[in-house]
Design a protein around this ligand. Sequence first.
Ligand SMILES: Cc1cc2nc3c(=O)[nH]c(=O)nc-3n(C[C@H](O)[C@H](O)[C@H](O)COP(=O)(O)OP(=O)(O)OC[C@H]3O[C@@H](n4cnc5c(N)ncnc54)[C@H](O)[C@@H]3O)c2cc1C
Length: 453
Amino acid sequence: MPKKVCRRFWKSVIHTTRGVSLTTSNSPLDSSEPFPISKAAHAVQDAVQLFYQTRILPNNRLWQEQSNAGAEIPQIETTLRAEAKALGLWNLALPRLAEHEPGTRLSNLEFTGVAQILGQLPWASRCCNSHAPDTPNMELLQLFGTEEQKEQFLEPLLEGTSGSCFSMTEPEVASSDPGNLATTIVADGDDYVITGRKWFSTNGSMANTKFTIVVGVSDPDAAKSKRQSLVIVPLDLPGVVVERDVPIFGATHTSGGHTQFRFDSVRVPKQYLVGEEGAGFAIGQARLGPARLHHCMRAIGECEVLISLMIQRAQQRTTFGTRVDGYSSTKEAVALSRIEVDQARLLVKHAALMLDTIGNKAARKQISMIKVSTFRVYQAVADRAIQLFGAAGITSDSPAAAALVRARGLRIADGPDEVHLQTIYRLEAGEQNNSDSAADLAHYLNSPFGNNQ
Ligand SMILES: Cc1cc2nc3c(=O)[nH]c(=O)nc-3n(C[C@H](O)[C@H](O)[C@H](O)COP(=O)(O)OP(=O)(O)OC[C@H]3O[C@@H](n4cnc5c(N)ncnc54)[C@H](O)[C@@H]3O)c2cc1C
């Protein structure tokens, strides 16, 4: 994008937002009031909003057309990516973005507002290079990559010239328990030899996806949490086989897909180990904290769209002489959605603040909490939108059906609800047991229950 056009864009952000934040949409909570952010971060948020409104959203139908015609990356997406990069609306989800790296650094909290804007369309985050799984992989390499790994694998991701995926889940074992993983990483001279099968590696078969990060067992005799390591595997190495893109709800993704890989004794140099041997579990967990947060805020963005569409649809149609928004069931569907979405947003912003202030590990209870609660809300809102849209709700003419599919998947991806609920319980009970007030609880009980009752 020519410099002149860039300058004009930023001028119009300032002009349009004089005194008002563009990012205050329907909900007063959007203004981030309970979780203040800097003026500079507001300006970025406003710029993303303007870019979304003027460039991304008006091109949604074109994007769909090009995607339906078989384009893995629609041409319009490539155009918009170049524009966003020139404007600095790039790599917005990386709180550790260095000065010399392309884009604009935002904290996790600052990014939540941006993620909500971009989440309104499933492909919009890609325009600002702020999408999964590249963002969590970039963060992982920033945190644990060697200088050589950063140069070879991180830089192209930051520049947006290539993509990546992550391969942990295996079809043969229950992978929500990483202790079950069977793929092996065996040291042999200067190399590691990787053997096993992975599936659900999102974006694995896209032409521009150049490498995956494989989680495998490097020491089967070590303690459960120290058995796994992470290794970068370029996808053009001999022995890397794409077996298929796994169909989701009966359909195969046109772009990206969830890929099933076979690794047939794939040799990678030892320099491709990420972090230390045996650190795979800990690093994998660190990677997922912010990734879950981003998914949650994007989901909230899409919920906002669905709420607006529900209201509009109900106001436009009449049954049995009554406009559909006249029915109490409609009012309830919208009102419950508003309550739940605002609750979820507050929880997610709080979790973001925790990530920024106490770190990924210490905030894991909050991350599990938003992972469970937000996607349940997302699923419920999508389901209500489908119902209000009638038959159109299950077609691709409205975004509700695709939202429901995404929401359903997200209750399993990055760890199923049940595992997160157990984590929440374990951490909550631990906090309660360590609290000074545990002994005071007896005062609330009117009968002297013994410990064994
Ligand atoms: C849309 C989508 C994208 C994904 N992207 C990726 C990716 O890019 N890379 C990748 O590696 N993986 C990816 N995954 C895979 C995902 O992370 C795994 O599916 C998830 O971790 C669960 O593992 P599993 O499928 O083996 O289920 P299993 O471990 O077999 O669990 C199945 C079910 O068992 C029950 N269960 C399991 N543990 C417990 C427990 N402790 N308590 C009670 N019940 C329990 C739950 O109901 C659970 O849903 C993706 C999945 C989806 C749906």
